[in-house]
Design a binder for this molecule. Structure first.
Ligand SMILES: [Zn+2]
Ligand SMILES: [Zn+2]
Length: 493
């Protein structure tokens, strides 16, 4: 059955300023795009009420499982006292017979402290309870969780309930591992519904956790067709053998070459400004990455690695340069790519290394008084998130949220890319939109099905209430509706 969508501007994202006035869809594919007068058409007609239509957004790096799961847990971000926290937990809906709360910040409550294990026992004695701190680097548990979790090493007494480092990972891993298949799939459905609201029709997502366990990869790959959003899965593991067996296309995501600026574990070539003499430490040797990238490359598997500091990024560029001597036409991904100099950018362009970026990081942490300037110094902070320089040099740059770290929201990402703190790194509106559409599609070889609007591609598109290219301010633009394979899956036209 054919449908014609009219009364809209269909921006193809195949080239600047290229748009059509109508689109005919057949069996979920774009059959024709029409400029000017609409022919006398016999099939079903849908009036899009003057919408600006873009290809459905693609987020190239998310932790959708956690994003979806957390949306079903107890969100403690607005909690102002322990009493308020306890009452939220008392009313919580268990997930697979466990209570999960997150986004807790002891500094923003009146008592300025974590609850104790005894206090948590008073609100949940029978079900294991895990309360995660806002940064995910520590958590508090109750006695039921203490006795249920299989610990890597004994917990020292007296135990207050607070876990950090390895033991925090141990607890989070246990919680994830004990979810029923139904709860796991539910989390992805919740994630999908959040992604659709912000215009996404394709979402890259990492499967696995800090312990490098691929967890529910087989479950998800068997159920992929049941989702409206197209999930592109990344087995987040160091085991090439396992990723090859499960997936065969790619490996990695947030597998770590270094840590974070916040914990001073991002690996730098010059010391931290706020910690003289400290460079952070790369998590792996150069030899490790050379071997890892080479092995994946030879199997034509794409590698994605979390690299924040310039030292870690250099390690990956070097490993890819070596692997690319055997030209197989595979792009490898540096995720985050937060600190690069001109020489590194040129090397990335030559070696076909893509930068999977999060423009919202600059919104949160950029600027003279921002977090980057504090840890790196004002001058070096200018070399963070170099969107325009990478783009200009011909590096494939894609946009992503790293959700749950920042909200899954392509329009927020586009607005951030237009307003980078460093004026030299600001993209123009076409480039910014391309991060979430035409550029994003190239990174996983999905360019024949999604990412731009042209004949024979999937009719995946997002309708905006204003023309994003003419609006002046992206903040004034809203999502009206989302179509996947020609079917309306969100909103109203
Ligand atoms: Zn990530
Ligand atoms: Zn990461």
């Amino acid at each position: 059955m054919n449908t014609i969508y009219t009364n809209a501007r269909f921006y193809t994202m195949e080239s600047r300023g290229d748009f059509y006035h109508a689109c005919i869809v057949e069996n979920g594919e774009i059959k024709a795009l029409i400029r000017g007068d609409i022919p006398n058409y016999q099939g079903k007609k849908v009036d899009l009420n003057g919408a600006c239509v873009l290809p459905g957004f693609i987020d190239t790096h998310t932790h959708s499982f956690e994003g979806g799961l957390y949306s079903k847990g107890v969100d403690c971000s607005n909690v102002e006292s322990l009493e308020e926290l306890f009452s939220l937990i008392r009313d919580a809906q268990p997930i697979s017979d466990m209570i999960f709360a997150w986004n807790f910040d002891e500094n923003s409550i009146a008592e300025k402290r974590f609850p104790t294990i005894k206090e948590l026992d008073k609100v949940s004695l029978d079900l294991p309870l895990l309360l995660r701190r806002v940064d995910g680097h520590s958590c508090i548990i109750n006695t039921k969780a203490l006795h249920s979790i299989k610990w890597k090493y004994p917990i020292s007494e007296p135990f207050t309930g607070l876990l950090r480092g390895d033991l925090n990972d141990n607890a989070a891993h246990w919680f994830h591992k004990n979810l029923s298949d139904e709860s796991i799939l539910d989390a992805y459905v919740a994630a999908q519904n959040i992604a659709l609201k912000s215009g996404h029709t394709t979402v890259h997502t990492m499967i696995g956790d800090a312990q490098q366990d691929i967890l529910h990869y087989p479950l998800m790959s068997q159920n992929l067709d049941n989702f409206i959003v197209e999930y592109i899965l990344y087995p987040q593991s160091f085991s090439i053998e396992k990723a090859w067996e499960y997936d065969g296309f790619r490996i990695g995501g947030c597998i770590l070459a270094d840590g974070s600026f916040g914990s001073h574990t991002a690996a730098l070539t010059a010391p931290y400004a706020d910690m003289p003499g400290h460079y952070g430490t790369p998590y792996q040797t150069q030899e490790f990455w050379n071997k890892f990238v080479k092995e994946a490359h030879q199997r034509e598997m794409q590698v994605g690695v979390h690299c924040i500091g310039d030292h870690a990024i250099k390690q990956l560029i070097t490993a890819v340069e070596k692997a690319q001597k055997e030209k197989i036409g595979i792009y490898h991904q540096i995720i985050h790519c937060e600190l690069v100099d001109d020489d590194m950018i040129e090397r990335m362009a030559r070696a076909d290394v893509c930068a999977v970026m999060q423009p919202v990081f600059d919104r949160y942490w950029g600027g003279d008084d921002g977090f980057y300037a504090k840890v790196l110094g004002k001058e070096r902070a200018l070399s963070t998130n170099r969107l325009k320089s990478l783009y200009k040099a011909g590096v494939l740059v894609t946009g992503s949220s790293d959700w749950y770290i920042t909200p899954i929201d392509a329009l927020l990402g586009i607005d951030s890319a237009l307003n980078m703190h460093n004026p030299d790194e600001r993209l123009d509106i076409y480039e910014a939109v391309s991060l979430y559409t035409s550029n994003a599609m190239q990174i996983t070889y999905t360019e024949y099905t999604v990412g731009t609007l042209c004949t024979q591609k999937q009719a995946d598109f997002v309708c905006l209430d204003k023309d994003i290219f003419e609006a002046g301010n992206v903040k004034d633009v809203n999502i009206k509706a989302v179509f996947k394979k020609g079917v309306k899956v969100y909103g109203d036209t």
